[in-house]
Design a protein around this ligand. Structure first.
Ligand code: SAM
Length: 278
């Protein structure tokens, strides 16, 4: 069993935390254990980890997975990871920005691929958008994120947290909360509470749409102006007024409603009707 003692390694290498890189390392042993158990990692899995830090979660993943590929941006962490876990044949390290990585080059023809990460909070949403929209062959994404972001992912129509991120995540995944992690689980301590959430990829998207790009454009435009009517948001799509009226009529959706009241099924229907007249 490999185990990494975060605080000891930080001291040993005199590692200086970079606030700009969202570095809050796990120091409570129960959290990485619960992440690995929640992700249901087993010996068939290729696990891709974003932001291994000093390897605290990575070491626990290596105990269970077939292989672990970790992507780390901070050049100061690369020699530490190489020294501590670099000789484990199941481990590979990529020194890069996760937002610039083509994950298909890592996945190759692996069938059982899981993403597991304690994500840097400053870049959580762009990473999730990339991982879902680029349609990688992940079975699941088990991620530690800020509590507020987890609540947005899980939100239902008409609630204050419901928005474009809720619809994106729910289009592709089922969400399951694994556990909470208060600030004292990390060093340095973040100012916010965190949650581990598991996103299980659906075999096919939750709703079927004729034009996926338009579906997400309609969603984005509906939430761009939160307190305005759906009509005011969606007119930016550029459809002539009469045609947009027909699309709303055929979808049986009142254009005076606000975007945040629409279910994912209603967004799918409205975007299909708009698509018909584009
Ligand atoms: N996994 C470690 C743990 O749980 O203790 C560290 C998690 S820490 C919240 C986030 C990690 O992501 C840091 O190691 C940071 O350097 C790294 N990171 C930040 N931005 C990144 C990016 N764009 N691509 C890859 N790694 C990044």
């Amino acid at each position: 069993m490999v185990e990494i003692k975060t605080a000891e390694l930080v001291k040993k290498y005199n590692f200086k935390f970079s606030k700009g890189l969202g570095q809050n390392f796990l120091v409570d042993d129960s959290v990485p254990r619960d992440i690995v158990a929640g992700a249901e990692v087993d010996g068939n899995d290729l696990v891709i980890e974003i932001g291994p830090g000093v390897g605290t979660l990575t070491a626990q993943l290596l105990n269970k997975a077939k292989r672990v590929v970790a992507i780390e941006l901070d050049s100061d962490l690369i020699p530490i990871l190489q020294e501590e876990i670099g000789d484990n044949p199941k481990f590979s390290l990529i020194h890069n920005d996760a937002l610039k990585v083509n994950f298909n080059e890592i996945i190759g023809d692996e069938k059982s691929v899981k993403l597991v990460a304690n994500l840097p909070y400053y870049v959580t949403t762009p990473i999730i958008v990339k991982l879902l929209k680029e349609k990688y062959n992940f079975k699941s994404l088990t991620i530690m994120i800020q509590k507020e972001v987890a609540e947005r992912m899980d939100a239902e129509p008409s609630s204050k947290d419901y928005g474009a991120l809720s619809l994106l995540v729910q289009y592709y995944c089922d969400t399951k909360i694994i556990r909470k992690a208060p600030p004292q689980c990390f060093m340095p301590r973040p100012k916010v509470d965190s949650i581990v959430v598991k996103l299980d990829k659906l075999d096919k998207p939750r709703v079927s749409v004729d034009n996926e790009k338009l579906f997400f454009d309609v969603i984005r435009s509906s939430f761009n102006m939160r307190r305005k009517t759906l009509w005011n948001g969606v007119k930016s799509i550029g459809l002539p007024k009469e045609k947009l009226e027909l699309a709303f009529e055929e979808a049986n959706i009142d254009p005076k409603r606000r975007g945040e009241t629409l279910t994912i099924e209603e967004f799918a229907l409205l975007s299909d009707k708009i698509n018909k007249y584009l």
